[in-house]
Design a protein. Structure first.
Length: 55
């Protein structure tokens, strides 16, 4: 059984989808890296709980 060759528009759409997917993945990795750097820095302190401050 033979498949029909892909139309040219499907090849262009795949290339565009691949580019958008890689860009989205790079953005997620960037946000994750920035979050990890911020949390693991030595001067990071959690915000004080307001309920604990009132006691």
């Amino acid at each position: 059984m033979s498949f029909k060759p892909q139309h040219e528009i499907h090849q262009r759409r795949f290339g565009r989808n691949l580019g958008v997917g890689l860009s989205l993945g790079a953005f997620v990795v960037l946000v994750l890296a920035l979050t990890l750097v911020k949390v693991t820095s030595a001067d990071f302190k959690f915000p004080q709980n307001q309920a604990a401050d009132q006691n």
